[in-house]
Design a protein. Structure first.
Length: 378
């Protein structure tokens, strides 16, 4: 089946018990055994839950992977993946990584003996020169947050394979509708389902999709052993969100393109970051590996922090808030919100300054979005 159909039909649907069209919410911690050693397929909801299972099958299908795992948050998914490693192992990660991922790596996992190097992954040489004898994993994010930097996934996956590294890609910004990293040879895809997959700003959730039997087995073990699971109701909400993912993503892109083009012409704006713009440094690569450019637009304002603060106070349709990927348009300030967990030095190294604003362009009427930006920038 095609993507739109899988988004609605993948997994065990309709429900076997009564044929319910909406996947039932199996709000149960435990399940009756039929006999010693004989179960209905479920025993205890940390190990597996029927509602969660449909979500896991659906995400796996949409990413084109072998198995899916639904987690309590994007960071819970990342915690599971990073536990594939042992103390003493080394990870190469993109430098403009999501702030919470940076915090997990830099402030938590280093205490357990993992080492991290953060680099710009623009070339095979850049990756290879960061490889050490103890390197085991490479962690990618493209388009990156918040500067929408593009990494060549085929190049990165090849470099990882050549050196026996596990490649992990955070696909939160694109969703599988616009980008399917496993097709380029990536081993593991992860999501904050909080964002586009759920799409309604009412769940915090995460997901992992694996592409080999060996990794599936190890991730399944860790998902249960660490207890990083999504609850049945949250799983149901994400499933419900995914059913409209294709039409939402199409409209996010239409609105974001209009917003990026508008900002580009505005005198109060000095720079616009959107991979759909022809002059974005990663435009050609993005056009090659993605089916769409997504709904995130970042820009720098003239006039520094004061101008940004004025703008954020004045927007009415956009709301000043963290997060992204929902129907509601949001405006954020990475330096003090999503990337506050990075040191100023690290932020400046990767180009996040105080003048930077990040927009999650939502599904409101695009003319209302443009008029709102115009009055707030005036
Ligand atoms: C939000 C986000 C995360 C973390 O996900 P949570 O659901 O907030 O734990 C990870 N990566 C990216 C790109 C994100 O935007």
């Amino acid at each position: 089946m095609r993507f739109e159909t899988d988004a609605i039909h993948a997994g065990h649907r309709p429900d076997k018990a009564y044929g319910a069209i909406s996947v039932p919410i199996y709000q149960s911690s435990t399940f009756a055994f039929e006999d010693i050693g004989k179960t209905s397929g479920f025993e205890y909801s940390r190990m597996g839950n029927p509602t969660r299972r449909v979500l896991e099958e659906t995400i796996a299908k949409l990413e084109g992977g072998k198995a899916g795992f639904a987690c309590a948050s994007g960071l819970a998914a990342e915690s599971v993946i990073i536990h594939l490693l042992n103390a003493g192992d080394h990870v190469i990660a993109v430098e403009d990584i999501y702030g919470g991922t940076f915090r997990l790596f830099h402030d938590v996992m280093t205490r357990f003996g993992l080492e991290f190097t953060f680099i710009k992954m623009d070339t095979k040489e850049a990756i290879e020169s960061a490889i050490k004898p103890n390197t085991r994993m490479i962690w990618l994010e493209t388009p990156s947050n918040p500067l929408l930097h593009i990494v060549d996934l085929e190049m990165a996956a090849k470099a990882a394979k050549k050196h026996g590294l596990i490649s992990v890609m955070d696909n939160t910004f694109s969703s599988p509708y616009f980008l399917r990293p496993l097709e380029f040879g990536i081993d593991i895809v992860m999501h904050s389902t909080t964002k586009y997959l759920n799409g309604h700003s009412d769940v915090v959730g995460g997901a992992i999709v694996t592409n080999t039997d060996a990794l599936t087995e190890r991730v399944a073990f860790l998902h249960n052993a660490l207890g990083a699971i999504a609850g049945p109701f949250d799983s149901w909400l994400v499933l419900r969100g995914i059913e409209t993912l294709p039409i939402r993503m199409k409209q996010h892109e239409i609105n974001a393109t209009a917003v990026a083009r508008f900002l580009k012409t505005h005198p109060a704006v000095s720079r616009v970051f959107y991979p759909g713009l022809e002059d974005h440094p990663g435009h050609e690569l993005a056009a090659k590996q993605m089916k769409g450019f997504g709904g995130m637009v970042s820009f720098e304002m003239r006039g520094g922090l004061e101008a940004v603060n004025n703008f954020l106070r004045k927007v009415k349709v956009f709301t000043m808030a963290e997060s992204l990927g929902g129907m509601t348009s949001l405006a954020g300030h990475p330096a003090t919100q999503s990337h506050a967990s990075m040191s100023r030095e690290q932020r400046e190294k990767i180009g996040i300054n105080e003048s930077l604003v990040r927009l999650s362009v939502g599904l409101e009427n695009v003319d209302d979005l443009l008029e709102d930006l115009a009055q707030a920038l005036a």
